[in-house]
Structures are given as structure tokens and as C-alpha cells.
Ligand binder design. Structure first.
Ligand SMILES: [Zn+2]
Length: 478
């Protein structure tokens, strides 16, 4: 190490607390926060309506129309039906660089219908529910975009703000199609958040995933009269899943493989000539997923060979792991800590504790503390924001909208996301996103640092989305 470098490191170490990551004008941030406060009733109304619509992947017709219409009402130019998805849209305000985007989701999960009460109570039998808080996700992000739009309209910021209405996060992966079709190509930075049971600027990237359908085709026969003439597709499916389960010992501990069998034949007295295994494989990096995918193809081939049938492996979709932007995370973290912390009423705490009791976790109530940037745990789970993050610098924050420890993708999250606990998280998320966008617009050095980190981390990267060629699988209207 040179003496000069040593001296520099020493002076940095002795300077104490790290310098503020942004020199943006604090008055502009105050204006953004005031805009969110003024929008509060609107945002609660949007979130509650989307919560009530509870529409699943690529069926989010009313949710998308509501949010797109709201953007239009606030002066955004809205392009609907982008990337071949009728429920995807881009709302734009302003012109020129920088182009700062914020993502909004609004799809629900099947079968999770639940009232906004702290015990299991179905709102509509068999209907979907917002078990991942995406009703809050879309509304908060749109609120942040409107706050920034207000500043651009007032001549206090220059550039373009975009809200991306991104459908089908829970299935299909709407953002993968948006990314594949180049909708983020001219974007300088992207912001996103996700409802959570904790609050932090995220510095770990989740998992990459691939979604496969493995089909077997055999020859049917009477199962008792002439089974020797049959070749069972179900046998192959069983051999395949057995192979997968044997593989588990010989993959990295970070790999996850999970499957269901949507088709195992029709009746026992007919040798099944068709069977289907739907399987997902994950790892913390895309490379690991690609390796497992190669091996799964071979297991399917071997299973087909043993059973005397044919196999067909179809990659349906998949996500990259999130490429973390540390410079961006520092901006988010600084803003989170600068904002007024969320406080909860005794009624809200009682609601939270009741949810925790029903989930069998410690009834400690809501926790509004902000987690540290350093030492975050790697967590399981994937998001199609991952694909965006490899194509444009992406800043991601988690904000508490449900009590710690309750199961996600389950009714307690639907309940909390339909009442004030969820609303408070939504407002904090909107303020965090809006103030961080002010950083990127107002402090070009902060934006340059975010972009330089992205450029360094994606040097030589070639994007290869897991989704098949052709249009997204939009369901037919009912
Ligand atoms: Zn989600």
C-alpha cells in the first residue's frame, strides 16, 4: 500500500460518521413529503380499492385501470397495454434526462380472500386476496411518482419521472416481459419497494428462479387386461421426482427445488399416457439455477428412458436474483432514517398481536425499527424486479406492513394490508421513494455514483431472460 493511500484511508477513518450520501436540497425533500401527506387519503383509497378488487396475474383489469386513470388525472401521459400485457402501463411526466422510474405492482394471490380482521374470516369464498401487499405496493409507488411530478411541474426538478404499472409478479413475471422488450433501456435508475414484516434498505438480492413444466407422454392400455402394452407417463413422473429428491443431497445448500404434480393420469384402471410435473428451482445466483436446470433436463430424460416414454421440458419463466446497488441503498437508508418513524395505536398493536398469536409466533406487536444496512441475511424468495435490476440500476427498500413473523402469502398479510397498519407502511414507503428520487434528480453526483456501480457490476453481462420467445401468456377474457 502506498503511503499516500494509507494516509487517505486514515483520514477517511478518522472523519467519523460517513458523509451524507446526497447533497440534494432538503427543501425539495420536504416538499415531496408534504405532497405525500396531502395525497394520503387518495393513496389509502387506491390501496383499499385494489385490495377489494384482488385480481390475479394478468387479470388485474380494474386495478390497472384505477392506477392508470389516477396517474392521468395528475397529468401523466399514460401508455397502456405495453409489452403485450393489457394490464401493464407506463405513466410519464416531464422530459429529458435523467429518467427516473418507480415500479408498482397490483396482482393478488388465488384463494386468499380474507376480511381486514385479525382472525381467519373469508370475505368471498374461493376468491383471491392480497397476501403479498401488492395493493399497497402500487399505490405507494404512484404516490411517490406524483410527489416528484409536482416538483418537476413547479420547475424545482428537471427530467422525467415514470411510473411502471407492472402486472403479474406472482405468476408469469410481468417485469421480465417489460425488460425483455426494452422498456427500461433509456432509464437512468429504477426504484422499487416491497411490503414486509421489517423495514430496511435492501442490500441482499434474494434468489434467482426458473419455472419448468416437465411433461411425459406414454402409451395407454387397460391397466389389468394388457398392461404390458402400456407405457406409463405417471411412472416417468414418479421416477423424475425421485431423481429430483436424490439430487437434493448433491446440490449446494443454497439450492431450493419444489414441485407439484398437476397431472398424474385420470383413473387407476387406465395406464396414463400423460403426466405433468411443475417444478421451480432456485439459487442465490442465476448461474446456480442454470446448472440445476441442466441437471433437471437430464433427470427428465433418464426418467423417460426408464419408463419407455418421451419427455418434454418447457421453461415457462424465471427471474434473475436482484443486483444490489449499494450506493442506492445508502440513499434509501439515509432517507428512511430522516423520516418520522411510524407509530402505532394500541388498537393496531392489539390487531398485530392477535395475528401473531394465530400464527403461533411471539405476540410482540408491530416493530417500526429500521434494520441496518450491514449484515443483512440472505433470504429465500424471488422477484421479477431481479430482471429489471440487471438492466438498469435498481434501488430497493422493504417497509413494514404486517407484524413480524406472520406467514407471507397467507391471510394475516391480507388482513393487515387492508387496514391502517398496511396504510402506514404504504405512506412511509411513498415518502422514502419520493425523497430518494429527489436525491437522484437533484444531486447528479449521487445518480452518477449509482450508475457507475451498476456499470462496474454489469461489465460484460448479457441478459438472457428465462421467459420463452413470443407474447406473454395473457388469459382469455372471461
Ligand atoms: Zn410480492
Amino acid at each position: 500500500m502506498s503511503l499516500v493511500l494509507a494516509a487517505l484511508l486514515l483520514s477517511a477513518a478518522s472523519a467519523g460518521a460517513p458523509p451524507a450520501p446526497s447533497k440534494a436540497d432538503p427543501r425539495k425533500k420536504e416538499a415531496a413529503i408534504a405532497s405525500i401527506d396531502a395525497q394520503c387519503a387518495d393513496l389509502v383509497s387506491l390501496a383499499d380499492q385494489v385490495w377489494g378488487f384482488a385480481e390475479t396475474a394478468l387479470r388485474e383489469t380494474r386495478s390497472a385501470a384505477l392506477l392508470a386513470g389516477h396517474a392521468e388525472k395528475h397529468g401523466f401521459r399514460v401508455e397502456r397495454g405495453v409489452a403485450g400485457m393489457p394490464t401493464a402501463f407506463v405513466a410519464t411526466f416531464g422530459q429529458g434526462r435523467p429518467v427516473i422510474a418507480v415500479l408498482g405492482e397490483y396482482d393478488a394471490l388465488p384463494g386468499l380472500s380474507q376480511k381486514a380482521v385479525p382472525e381467519r374470516a373469508v370475505l368471498k369464498e374461493g376468491a383471491p386476496g392480497h397476501g403479498c401487499g401488492h395493493n399497497l405496493f402500487g399505490a405507494a409507488s404512484l404516490g411517490a411518482a406524483i410527489a416528484v411530478k409536482d416538483l418537476i411541474a413547479a420547475g424545482k426538478l428537471t427530467g422525467t419521472v415514470r411510473f411502471y404499472g407492472t402486472p403479474a409478479e406472482e405468476a408469469v413475471g410481468g417485469k421480465v416481459y417489460l425488460t425483455r422488450d426494452g422498456l427500461f433501456r433509456d432509464v437512468d435508475a429504477v426504484l422499487a419497494w416491497h411490503p414486509d414484516d421489517k423495514t430496511q434498505a435492501d442490500t441482499e438480492g434474494g434468489q434467482a428462479v426458473v419455472d419448468l413444466m416437465v411433461e411425459f407422454h406414454g402409451r395407454t392400455s387397460h391397466a389389468a387386461f394388457d398392461p404390458w402394452n402400456g407405457r406409463s407417463a405417471l411412472d416417468a413422473a414418479e421416477l423424475f421426482t425421485h431423481g429430483v429428491n436424490m439430487m437434493r443431497e448433491h446440490v449446494k445448500p443454497s439450492v431450493r427445488m419444489h414441485y407439484v404434480i398437476p397431472d398424474g393420469g385420470d383413473v387407476p384402471n387406465v395406464v396414463p399416457d400423460h403426466a405433468k410435473v411443475w417444478i421451480w428451482a432456485r439459487d442465490f445466483e442465476r448461474k446456480g439455477v442454470a446448472d440445476v436446470l441442466d441437471r433437471l433436463r437430464k433427470v427428465a430424460e433418464g426418467a423417460a428412458l426408464m419408463a419407455g416414454v418421451t419427455e418434454k421440458v418447457t421453461v415457462q419463466s424465471g427471474d434473475y436474483e436482484m443486483l444490489v446497488n449499494q450506493a442506492g441503498a445508502r440513499l434509501l437508508d439515509a432517507n428512511l432514517r430522516r423520516l418520522d418513524p411510524v407509530t402505532y395505536t394500541p388498537e393496531e398493536q392489539a390487531f398485530a398481536r392477535a395475528l401473531q398469536k394465530s400464527a403461533g409466533v411471539e405476540p410482540v406487536g408491530m416493530d417500526a425499527s429500521i434494520g441496518p444496512l450491514e449484515g443483512q441475511e440472505k433470504e429465500g424468495g424471488s422477484t421479477d424486479v431481479g430482471d429489471v435490476s440487471w438492466n438498469a440500476p435498481t434501488l430497493h427498500v422493504s417497509v413494514v406492513t404486517a407484524p413480524r413473523g406472520v406467514p407471507w402469502h397467507a391471510w394475516p398479510v391480507v388482513a393487515a394490508g387492508g387496514m391502517s397498519i398496511g396504510h402506514k407502511g404504504m405512506v412511509l414507503a411513498a415518502k422514502t421513494l419520493a425523497t430518494t428520487m429527489v436525491d437522484l434528480f437533484d444531486d447528479r453526483a449521487a445518480l452518477a455514483a449509482v450508475r457507475a456501480e451498476f456499470a462496474a457490476k454489469t461489465k460484460g453481462f448479457v441478459y438472457q431472460p428465462f421467459v420463452p420467445d413470443g407474447p406473454p401468456p395473457v388469459p382469455k377474457a372471461e
